[in-house]
Design a protein around this ligand. Structure first.
Ligand code: CMP
Length: 139
């Protein structure tokens, strides 16, 4: 079941700039189905836990501070080949390097405030989805 699921977050810049509706529309039009969705806010502690994999990176502290600076939308998505196809529609991490028509090219501000997160593997999709949602909150 998790094989065809991925996890995304609309980040604080995406919400702040009023792009959450357009981003969700883009995702749905690309054929993804929403399995669970939550409008919430990360504390510095929970943002730090979510991005613990990047703990040793030089951008970690700023990333944690940025990700806890405003509300986010957490979403579990389903589609065949979900992880890979979602990474294709969001584009490169750095929006200046993202392909035309991708979500980050259209809506992101910078490499840090890059509008959306997308899981990089099936394993991380399951871990990240579980971070935000209990079994009772999803199909
Ligand atoms: P995301 O796909 O959510 O995964 C890790 C996040 O770290 C990434 O998007 C960016 O928001 C941030 N990030 C990655 N590389 C850099 C970088 N070089 N400088 C600042 N932030 C970065």
């Amino acid at each position: 079941m998790t094989t065809n699921r991925t996890f995304t977050m609309i980040k604080p810049d995406g919400i702040e700039n009023g792009y959450s509706g357009a981003i969700l529309d883009h995702i749905l039009k690309a054929g993804f189905k929403i399995i669970a969705m939550k409008y919430t806010r990360l504390s510095p502690e929970t943002a730090g836990q979510f991005y613990a994999i990047h703990k040793e990176r030089p951008f970690y502290k700023d990333l944690v501070s940025y990700m806890s600076s405003g509300p986010i939308v957490a979403v579990i998505l389903e589609k065949e080949n979900a992880v890979e196809d979602f990474r294709t529609i969001i584009g490169a991490t750095d929006p200046t390097k993202a392909a035309d028509g991708t979500i980050r090219k259209l809506y992101a501000k910078s490499i840090e405030a890059n509008a959306v997160h997308g899981s990089d593997s099936n394993e991380n999709a399951a871990i990240e989805g579980n971070f935000f949602f209990s079994m009772l909150e999803r199909f």
